[in-house]
Design a protein around this ligand. Structure first.
Ligand code: MN
Ligand code: MN
Length: 470
């Protein structure tokens, strides 16, 4: 019997539970690390706020803006308030390859339409029309307190940051769901994905009319505009060019009796943004140049000039070559990319004990067992997936083992159960080695996503080891 146990230990793969394997000090480190993370989740509730958060951190830590007479080896660039690249130039020439950790800072949400304000004539309530962004389950967004975040761009060009609903003294907003008493035909007869239509996702905005005389039409809507004009100096036309987003109001919290989890909005993929940024901040000056890339629009296909398909990161690397007095022509850029290694840092679906059937236990991510190394994503036979090369996969795992990082393999659900993708394939097309690497998460894309402090901390350790040793 004893021999069998020994043989099992020697020959069988066993993922390791962080809480069981780690020292008391390491467990405390995991708890301490999550404090800063929660603060970031509260301060960066959308893309622009996340970029602002990191800009402040970068300046505090002595990083220099490449576009403003930089010197030294700690560099960053921001783009359109929606992208960031953070770099430490290594000891070796950049041409020999860069180690990049890339994640996205957009999250599923409900945007306001360009022309959102209207007054419902039957109820005399002021409402806002919405258009959801990314893969949401619409029913989750009904009857829950929401905050408005975003910007107005005024006619004089001034960008006005807006945040209503996070401070206790500010109002929150709601898209009221139908009461169960009257939902029998309207909702219960329908499929869950069809029971709430996009058209029923209007936000209740206000109700007190502007009173001048009895005849004033749309007096409630007018009163909303009066209040907005007093506070922000805007008119209805300013909405047409605004970017305003509804997100769950309130702060990220500890979760679980033992406080071993973080529950909060937008952890896909801000958990990787935060952990990778902390990793580069704490990394010792590496041999190879290290970059943290924070991108936008992943949730809608990495499109546009701020998505991972855009030229931003290539342009940054070319300018970094130039800054480092290396050749930055097209050939050098291509070779640099081909010589590079990338962790596509995104979350994976951890096994949900309430829905075990959609996962395949031995290949799925388990909460609390460390960062997930995900060789491929995709659907319908790995379609549209970056399928990482075995040699690179092995290299990464060797580093994680050596640096004592808890890791596990992960896949996104059972074969043919569904699927999804990350930015890995958009980065891999430039020739770099790329593999997906990030923590597991429960309730992905829900208003409140659940992560394990063990996995958050393990992701940080994995990214740091990658920068220092890969
Ligand atoms: Mn993601
Ligand atoms: Mn996502």
């Amino acid at each position: 019997m004893r021999k069998m146990e020994e043989l099992k230990k020697k020959l069988c793969y066993q993922r390791k539970n962080f809480w069981k394997e780690s020292s008391e000090k390491e467990k405390k480190n995991a708890f301490d690390f999550s404090e800063g993370y929660k603060d970031f989740l509260d301060k960066g509730k959308n893309v622009r706020e996340s970029v602002n958060y990191f800009e402040a951190e970068l300046l505090k830590k002595g990083y220099q803006n490449l576009d403003k007479k930089a010197n030294g080896n700690k560099i960053f660039r921001l783009s359109k308030n929606k992208n960031a690249a953070i770099a430490i130039i290594g000891k070796k020439p950049i041409l020999e390859g860069i180690n990049i950790v890339a994640s996205h800072i957009d999250a599923p949400r409900v945007d306001l339409k360009q022309n959102p304000l209207f007054e419902d004539s039957e109820t005399n309530l002021g409402l806002l029309r919405t258009h959801y962004y990314g893969g949401i389950k619409k029913y989750q967004w009904m009857s829950t307190p929401l905050a408005i975040h975003g910007v107005f761009v005024k006619k004089n060009g001034e960008v006005l940051n807006v945040s209503i609903g996070e401070d206790e003294n500010e109002p929150v907003f709601v898209m009221p769901d139908l009461l169960p008493h009257l939902a029998r035909k309207e909702q219960y007869t329908k499929k869950i994905g069809e029971a709430i239509t996009a058209g029923s996702m209007n936000v209740i905005f206000n109700s007190i009319p502007y009173i001048e005389d009895e005849e004033t039409k749309e007096a409630v809507k007018l009163n909303a505009l009066i209040l907005l004009n007093e506070k922000y100096g805007i008119t209805e036309e300013d909405f047409l060019v605004a970017e305003l987003e509804l997100v769950p109001a309130g702060k990220a919290r500890d979760s679980g009796l033992d406080k071993s989890f973080v529950l909060g909005y937008g952890q896909d993929d801000r958990v990787c943004a935060y952990t990778s940024a902390q990793a580069i901040f704490d990394a010792e000056t590496p041999e190879k140049t290290a970059i943290v890339y924070l991108t936008d629009k992943e949730e809608i296909g990495s499109e546009g000039n701020t998505g991972a398909k855009s030229i931003f990161i290539l342009d940054f690397i070319a300018d970094l070559l130039k800054y480092n007095n290396e050749s930055s022509d097209s050939l050098s850029l291509r070779k640099t990319l081909i010589n590079s290694q990338i962790l596509s840092a995104d979350v994976n679906a951890a096994i949900n004990p309430n829905y075990p059937n959609v996962h395949e236990k031995e290949n799925a991510v388990h909460l609390g067992f460390g960062v997930s190394i995900t060789k491929y994503t995709g659907s319908g036979g790995k379609r549209a997936s970056n399928d990482a090369n075995a040699e690179f996969n092995a290299k990464i795992i060797k580093i994680l083992n050596k640096e004592n990082v808890n890791w596990q393999t992960g896949t996104l659900g059972k074969v043919d159960e569904g699927g999804g993708g990350t930015i890995a394939k958009f980065l891999a097309q430039h020739g770099a080695e790329v593999i997906d690497c990030g923590p597991g998460i429960l309730g992905m894309h829900a208003l409140y996503e659940l992560t394990s402090k063990a996995d958050i901390y393990s992701s940080y350790k994995a990214y740091k080891a990658f920068f220092e040793k890969a």
